[in-house]
Design a protein around this ligand. Structure first.
Ligand SMILES: [Zn+2]
Length: 204
């Protein structure tokens, strides 16, 4: 019995390790839920604030529960004449470190020592397009680092404020929360504390 007690911490460690590994492998591509999303994954191109291609391919990976909630949100928006367009989903920790090296400002980029909710597969950067594929006006582009992008900036045209409200109301009703400095960013509340991951994109 005493021998078992001595080994107990190792059993717990192994259990936690295997649980972590299982979770690590648990990201799903949003395309496997639905093909109705538009993907405009900016970090798979040079059209981003680093002007550098950071992902080897254009993929939106998320924890399954987050993907399911997002899929439900997309149905909600489709009923209202819009479709979700995704700028960023899961982001490997190695990419977070590159971003932080360029913009070490926690208002706009999460410190990799803590990790972004994107690194946990539970955050999204997104906007809405009409069913004809036209972007609706949200006042700024994705990754605009300034006051115009803040969600408490009401000094904007009525149309923009209405568009942002449509986006926020819809996302909130499916378990997502806004952040103050970026109108495009949403965290899935239930998975805010999921483990930080550094799995490369499975591009091949
Ligand atoms: Zn974001």
């Amino acid at each position: 019995m005493r021998g078992f007690k001595n080994f107990l911490p190792y059993f717990i460690f192994l259990f936690c390790l295997t649980s972590f590994l299982k979770k690590s492998e648990n990201l799903v591509a949003i395309d496997s839920y639905s093909s109705t999303f538009f993907l405009d994954i900016r970090y798979a191109t040079t059209n981003n604030f680093l002007k550098e291609k950071l992902y080897d391919c254009s993929l939106c990976l998320l924890l399954p529960e987050v993907a399911e909630a997002l899929n439900n949100a997309n149905y909600y928006f489709c009923d209202r004449g819009y479709v979700i367009t995704l700028f960023d989903c899961y982001r490997p920790l190695s990419v977070q470190k590159k971003m932080w090296a360029k913009v070490p400002n926690p208002i706009y980029v999460a410190d990799p020592a803590i990790g972004s909710v994107h690194n946990r597969g539970a955050a999204l950067d997104l906007t809405l397009r009409t069913l004809n594929g036209e972007y609706i006006d949200m006042g700024t582009d994705h990754d605009f680092f300034g006051r115009e992008a803040h969600i408490d900036n009401f000094n904007l045209a009525d149309e923009i404020l209405t568009n942002r409200k449509i986006l926020q109301d819809g996302m909130k009703s499916f378990g997502f929360a806004t952040i103050q400095s970026e109108w495009w960013h949403f965290n899935f509340i239930k998975k805010n504390g999921a483990p930080v991951l550094n799995i490369p994109f499975p591009c091949n």
